[in-house]
Design a protein around this ligand. Structure first.
Ligand code: ADP
Ligand code: MG
Length: 268
């Protein structure tokens, strides 16, 4: 039986769709059969992040409201061998879905795939509940700023009430220079606010927009978002990879070590 992981946030625009698509690509490249579900009915855009917008024919309402089989609503990624996608309906609300059929849908995916990632809409509305009530784990994506963290805290509380036991945090769009200038909060302070374990830290990186526009994974051959998403995928699979405090001042020796070390992939 696979694992169903909801990717959620309090505020919009924190990077949920970006993380779902990028981590999904890396999970599949690590050999795990992975399906990404766009839970943002009405405002779907995960298909675009995966470069699959012209390949989508059906969505999960065809499976939950009609009698279509799960296999018929799956869209296969052409770039990644083990990656599949299921689109959100454009005009049907998830609040109309029958609970029993919704459970059957998620259970059906978990029985076929190693990982089921649900890209939830921001906040705690119907689309969020559509996935939250059936999730085994959650990834909260937040920016390192007080409003984003405060709203994330409420989402964490709701997930706990839904019985989700493993809830982990990803801090996205981190810029050490903004942390030094006290514009962004440092990583330790963010973790203190939310008191959930950290799953990863993703730097602000211009390569993200480029990767999303091409529907591909951001390269991991340099210290950037691509490397961070790769490490998040590996941590999801249970690998233990150290997370370095990228916001801490570094000595000259640490900087030299970091730029030359073959183990630099371990920092994000
Ligand atoms: P959400 O799904 O939470 O609403 P998105 O994943 O759509 O957020 O991301 C919002 C915007 O932020 C997108 O334009 C995306 O390219 C950008 N973005 C996300 N993560 C990063 C990052 N680490 N570096 C630079 N831009 C990013
Ligand atoms: Mg989104």
């Amino acid at each position: 039986m696979g694992k169903m992981i909801i990717v959620a946030s309090g505020k919009g625009g924190t990077g949920k769709t970006t993380l779902t698509s990028q981590v999904g690509m890396w999970l599949s490249s690590l050999g795990y059969l992975t399906v990404l579900v766009d839970a943002d009915a009405g405002f779907r855009n995960l298909d675009i992040a995966l470069g699959l917008e012209s390949n989508v024919v059906y969505d999960y309402s065809d499976c939950i409201l009609s009698e279509m089989d799960i296999d018929e609503v799956l869209t296969k990624s052409y770039g990644c061998e083990n990656l599949y996608f299921i689109a959100a309906p454009q005009s049907k609300a998830t609040s109309d879905f029958d609970g029993e059929r919704t459970r059957k849908f998620w259970d059906g995916l978990k029985s076929r795939f190693d990982y089921v990632l649900a890209d939830a809409p921001a906040g705690m509305g119907d689309g969020f509940m559509f996935a939250a009530e059936y999730a085994d784990e959650a990834i909260i994506v937040s920016l390192a700023e007080a409003p984003s963290l405060r709203d994330a805290d409420r989402v964490i509380e709701r997930l706990e009430n839904c019985g989700v036991e493993t809830i982990r945090l990803v801090l996205n769009r981190i810029q050490p220079s903004l942390i030094s200038d006290k514009i962004q909060m440092n990583v330790d302070d963010c973790i203190d606010v939310l008191s959930v374990p950290i799953l990863g830290i993703v730097p602000e990186d211009g390569e993200v927009a480029k990767a999303l526009s091409q529907g591909v994974a951001a390269a991991k051959d340099r210290i950037g978002a691509g490397q961070a998403f790769f490490n998040i995928a590996r941590r999801i699979t249970g690998e233990s990879i150290h997370i370095m405090d990228i916001d801490k001042p570094q000595t000259l020796w640490q900087k030299i070590f970091k730029s030359h070390s073959k183990r630099r992939e371990r920092i994000l």
